[in-house]
Structure formats: C-alpha cells, structure tokens
Design a protein around this ligand. Structure first.
Ligand SMILES: [Zn+2]
Length: 568
C-alpha cells in the first residue's frame, strides 16, 4: 500500500519564480518534476505514473491498428543524416557528439532516417507491406530558449510511428487509421482537443493534421467551425476572397493627413470604416524590401507571405530601410507609383473600391484608390490571417478562434525519405518501387503538461481520471487516532484490490495540510475518514473537479467509488 509519508513527492509552498505557465508551476510545486538543466527534467514518481498511463493508452491504440512496437537507438550515426542532407539542414537544434574515433553522431531529434535505413535493409517484397512501426522514447532538440517546463524541453518523451506502404492508397488508409487512433488516445486521456489542418513545415511532404489541446496558454492559434468539423492552424487556414458591393470608381485624389500614421487614426480622421483602408506593411528579406497589402482591418499571415515569396527570412523593415528604398515615412507607405519594390497584395484588397492608402509622402494619403485600376502588384494571393467570424471555408458558417497546445501530428511523407535513402521494394511485376511513407508523433510528456494546462484551478491540478497518478487519496483526519488509521487502511486495501488506485495520507499533519496537498497534486477523489465515520459508519468523498461532497456508507462503497470515477 502506498503511504504519503513514504512518497517521494516533495511539495513546495511557493511558486518557483522561473515557472511562467500553470503546468510548469504546478508540477514543480506538486513535487512531480525537478530541473536538471534548462529544458531537461527528472520525472519524480507521481509524474512517472502519469506518463506510464498515457503510454499505456498510446500502446493500446497503436496495437489496435496493428502498429508494432520496436526500440531504436537514441544515438544515431551522422552518415544516415548526411544521406538525406539533413545533417547540415538541421542546424543548431541538433545535439551532436563525437566518439573516441572522431566519428560524428547525434542524439535523435526524430527517427525518419533511422527507421528508413532499418527497413530498407530487410523489406524487399510487396508481400512485406504494409508495415507500421512505432516506439516510445526520449527525443532531443537543443531549443534556443527552452521554457515552459515540459512544454518546450530539450529532452522529451515521444511516441513516433512510421508507416510503409506500396502506394498512395495504402498511405491514405494508414493515415486515416492513425488519425482515428490519435482521436481515441486524446479522448481516452480526458482531453478537450481538436484535430486541425496543418502546415507540413520543414519535415516535408503534403497532408498533415495537428492535434491541439484547447488551452488559453497554448502557443498556437487555431480556427475552427462550430457547424462542421473544419479546423486549421490559423497560418494554414483557407480563405475566401471578400468581394464587396460594386461602387462607381471615383477619380484618384491626394489629401493632407497630418500625423495620421495608423489605420485607427486615418479611419477616425476621415470618418470611414477600417475596411475602406489599405494597410501596407514593409518587410525585409534576403532580396530586399517587400510591401504586403491587406485590408485595414486584416493582419498579414507572415507564413503565407514567406511561402509565396519562397524566401528564408522575413522581418519587418525598419524606418531607415523604408526611407532609403521609398523616400517615404513609415505610416504613409502605399503601393501607388512604387518602383523596384516587390508588392504582394492580398486578393481581398484587389476587390476594394474607393479605398484610402498611404501616398509615400509625409502626411499625405490617397483617397478613391481602386486597386484594380490604380496599381499593379507583383503578386496577388491570400496573405491575410483568418479572423473570428470569417466564413468557414467548408460550409460558410462564421468560424471561431481558440488557442491550442500541439500534442500530436500526423504527416504524409510520400516518398521524400524512401527516395533519398533508396528504400525500395519489388512490386508484383518485379519493378523496383520506392515505399510510400507516413510519420506520426505524439508528445507524451507534453500531453501530461497539456492536460494540466487544460485542467487546473487556483488550488492545483485536476487530473482526468484515466491519467491521474492515483484515483483517490484517503485522508484520516487524525493520524494519531488508531481507530481512524485502521479503518483508513482497510478502505485503502479494499479499493486497491478492486483496481481503484488509492494512496493513504498517513502523515502526522493537520487535516488542512493534507487537503491542500491533495488538491495541489490533483487526485480526482478525496476520501475523508474522521470521528463521524466511526460513529455513523459513513465517510465523506470529495470530488476534486466539482467540489461536490458525497456520503458513502461503509458497506458497498467500492462499487459506488468505481461508478463515481466512471462518471467523472
Ligand atoms: Zn464549417
């Protein structure tokens, strides 16, 4: 029987100053993790129990779709990374090391190279496909600024899976199975999440979904439709071009707008809606200055702009660069008459009538700007960020925004790695064909932190039952009272025998201290054994999530507790 007096969970009264977000603060305070170095943590017994539970759910769902578990080395030779060219591309995020013979290795940030070179050695025939393999293991990324505890660590636990198929149809089938398995994993962990369409980013390939746990502290902005199942990372979200009502095009004119440098100022000054203005943002990349145009009430989606320009780097231009390239002042930039500067316009801008924009002269704006008539951008594409209440790209219903924590991602890799690494098989006709691959990750340690971000209050953590370190703590009000202690032990034993994980707080502490620690650690239930229990054969059960108090009789309580846990 586990006793709190023996439990290695050193709780803290004060919130450590270095911790910024609830999961980091609460895991330190609840004695679940301790920092070894920036972004590198020890998992203490309570945290390890939670991780093991998440891993067990992941394993069950992976085995359910016939994925087979294996374990690959953490230390990977440089050669396989050189074959795909990622040894150089990965940059400073990769932990590199050298053995005594001066051979280069890295600590695996991911395992596409390792698994593909493994499989190419053994899989030769179409009869050996499809094949899906996974592992649960530490991963390493030397983040420039590790922070937020387990949320952005340099060492973290991941489940990574890889599928190998004969063709695209096989990949799609495997991708869909994995998508369903991920949905089951996060549902079973008790998390409120949404799968969203994602940018496939540096890993390559097209077709990807991220699984986002909805939480205020999330780093990602997502957009979702309450009417259909559409969801996307805002950077990826598809957009409709907004076409306003047609107007008669008035002649272009220039007016004085002293010190009116912002959209708000110019709108107020001219008494027009921001939708009638054009916002010009000046950026700088390796090729020079870029002017991005969006409607006054919209923001630039910099990811889409970077993709459209095909550039590596993009930063906002400073005042000097703007002055030098355009003889203009920030706040009065506009596209009309601009020479030798790249202009990228959002497609909604090109539909506007009689709009207002900067005139590239201090304290001057153009009015009655009709983009289709008055200037010619180098590119017209969707570069605005989707906003709340924009029409859903699938069904037209107004979309909603939320913040999310990415806990899983599924990718279609197609033949990116199998081609680079010559992972081929012989098809039915004996023809050498590259395997078609997918890769699928779940951040296991991050899922634990995300669960806390979503489930906490001012007293501490509120674990969803399926991943709680223990289901219930049993608290004798007075540990010096032998009768209370004996009864508490009996109850604890009885529950554990029926697979209700109970821990006994036998410490010689005031009841208030025990309650506080229990709330901080976040056990779903507290069972209180006091003088009343002995007199009336009734004990009190407190539900952590709702604060509800339930009285149970000493007869038949095990099944009552089991039912209560199921209902949470
Ligand atoms: Zn919709």
């Amino acid at each position: 029987m586990m006793r709190v007096s023996r439990l290695y969970a050193p709780t803290l009264r004060e919130t450590p100053a270095e911790a910024e977000i609830p999961s980091h603060q609460l895991m330190l305070r609840a004695g679940m993790i301790r920092k070894a170095a920036g972004g590198i943590y020890s998992y203490l017994p309570l945290a390890l129990r939670i991780l093991k539970k998440i891993e067990a759910i992941v394993r069950e769902e992976m085995n359910e779709i016939d994925a087979q578990e294996l374990l690959m080395p953490i230390i990977q030779p440089a050669e396989i990374w050189q074959e795909t060219g990622r040894w150089d591309v990965y940059g400073d995020e990769m932990f590199r090391l050298c053995d005594r013979h001066k051979r280069n290795f890295c600590l695996g940030p991911t395992h596409e190279e390792m698994i593909t070179t493994l499989v190419r050695g053994d899989v030769r025939s179409y009869r050996q496909l499809p094949l899906t393999l996974y592992q649960i293991q530490n991963k390493y990324r030397d983040e420039i600024r590790p922070r937020f505890g387990l949320m952005r660590g340099r060492e973290f636990i991941m489940k990574d899976a890889y599928s190998f198929d004969r063709d695209e149809a096989g990949l799609t089938a495997n991708y869909n199975k994995m998508y369903t398995a991920y949905t089951n994993v996060f549902t079973r962990c008790g998390l409120n999440f949404r799968p969203v369409e994602a940018d496939s980013g540096a890993i390559g390939g097209s077709g990807s979904h991220e699984f986002m746990v909805i939480a205020e502290s999330g780093e990602a902005s997502i957009v979702y439709c309450p009417a259909c199942d559409y969801g996307a990372n805002v950077e990826k979200a598809e957009l409709h071009t907004i076409v306003p009502q047609q107007e008669e095009m008035l002649p272009l004119d220039i007016i004085d707008t002293p010190k009116m440098k912002t959209i708000e100022a110019i709108s107020a000054y001219l008494n027009i809606a921001p939708q009638k203005t054009i916002k010009a943002m000046a950026y700088q990349n390796e090729n020079g200055l870029v002017i991005a145009l969006v409607r006054g009430d919209h923001e630039v989606n910099e990811i889409k702009l970077i993709n459209a320009l095909g550039c590596i780097d993009l930063t906002l231009a400073n005042e000097e660069a703007i002055a030098e390239a355009m003889q203009s002042a920030a706040g009065f930039i506009g596209p009309i008459g601009l020479q030798e500067v790249m202009i990228v316009a959002d497609s909604t801008v090109m539909e506007m009538y009689n709009a207002v924009c900067g005139a590239n002269l201090p304290d001057k704006h153009y009015i009655h700007v009709n983009p289709s008539r008055d200037f010619k951008p180098n590119k017209v594409i969707d570069i605005r960020l989707i906003q709340e209440n924009d029409p859903c790209p699938h069904c037209g219903h107004p979309v909603k925004m939320a913040r999310g924590i990415e806990v899983g991602q599924v990718f279609k890799l197609h033949t990116k790695y199998s081609q680079a690494l010559q992972a081929t098989y012989l098809d039915e006709k004996g023809k050498e064909t590259p395997m078609v691959m997918g890769c699928y990750g779940i951040g296991v340690s991050r899922t634990m932190a995300a669960a806390i971000e979503q489930h906490n209050d001012e007293h501490g953590i509120i674990w969803p039952v399926p991943i709680a370190p223990y289901h219930t703590v049993i608290i004798p009000i007075n540990s010096k009272d032998e009768a209370q202690m004996q009864l508490a032990e009996t109850v604890c034993k009885a529950l554990n025998q029926e697979n209700v994980e109970a821990i006994l707080d036998d410490r010689n502490e005031r009841a208030g201290v025990k309650f506080k620690d229990a709330d901080l650690i976040g056990y779903p239930l507290k069972i209180v054994i006091g003088p009343k229990t002995l007199q009336e054969q009734v004990f009190e059960v407190k539900v952590r999530r709702t604060g509800e108090v339930i009285f149970l009789s000493l007869e038949n309580y095990v099944s009552e507790i089991q039912n209560l846990l199921k209902s949470l």
